[in-house]
Design a protein around this ligand. Sequence first.
Ligand SMILES: NC(=O)c1ccc[n+]([C@@H]2O[C@H](COP(=O)([O-])OP(=O)(O)OC[C@H]3O[C@@H](n4cnc5c(N)ncnc54)[C@H](O)[C@@H]3O)[C@@H](O)[C@H]2O)c1
Length: 267
Amino acid sequence: MNRLAGKVAIVTGASPNIGGTLAAGLAAEGARVLCADLDPDVAKASAARIEEAGGEAVAMSGDVTDPAHAEEVVARAVETWGRVDILVNNAVFFQQQGLMDMPYDDYRRQLDVILGGSFLFSRAAAAVMIEAGTAGSIINVLSTAAWQGQPGNIGYTTGKSGLINFTRSTAMDLARYGVRVNSFTPTATMPTDPEARAQLEELLSRPGTRSMDFKAQLPLNRLPTPEDYVGAVVYLASDEASMVTGTNITVDGGATAKYWPWRPHDS
Ligand SMILES: NC(=O)c1ccc[n+]([C@@H]2O[C@H](COP(=O)([O-])OP(=O)(O)OC[C@H]3O[C@@H](n4cnc5c(N)ncnc54)[C@H](O)[C@@H]3O)[C@@H](O)[C@H]2O)c1
């Protein structure tokens, strides 16, 4: 299909899980995609996945918290394809620690990757969109953990909830230029890759120090996969969403809508 024909996208944190799947999904709709990641092999594999499917992609590695890297990625997209239409701020690292056990430097680093990286990439991409008069679309990847209090994940949840208002405020900053900014909220995700899937299944079955019941608490009857997210992100990236800005689309199987004491699969 060609809902994004002629458009150029940048996806940060293009791992085989969510970022790489979103990158491939954008490419399947006709976008040319720059896949960026801290790990050069991950970026290359993501670009290769798109090319193998008949799309156009470029890989770049670097740290989203490096202002020069953000500028270089955007410049490379312009040099290669002449424009930037779509940015997906997706890069993250997970470090599940809470207020009482997370080292302060790690907390600051996690906030920097989530919030600093989104700032730097949004600014660099928006500058090019504004200069070219492009009706661009910036999409910030959140998490259901952005909307609820999760124990033992203080850097991640704080950074992701910061992105809620970063989205609204940047949407206001950029509205006059016709550049849209929205967020997309996924939840605990079942990877497509069988090995990663088996690892997660094992992790979910392990008794944890903080009791989490991902499967039984979800109103729909399975965890979403990365493929379940593609439609929402393609929509936000496309001209079909040309009047949608400063808001959020959630794909979470009903998790955040649920009345908290209800056990959806008990009866
Ligand atoms: N996996 C889930 O269950 C889940 C749930 C809710 C939300 N999310 C969100 O979805 C997005 C993707 O998650 P995922 O599970 O695919 O993550 P992942 O760990 O598979 O991929 C994240 C990628 O970001 C890269 N990265 C980390 N630090 C970086 C940096 N400083 N600069 C550049 N790249 C960096 C990593 O190398 C990695 O390839 C994230 O924003 C995450 O918060 C994931």
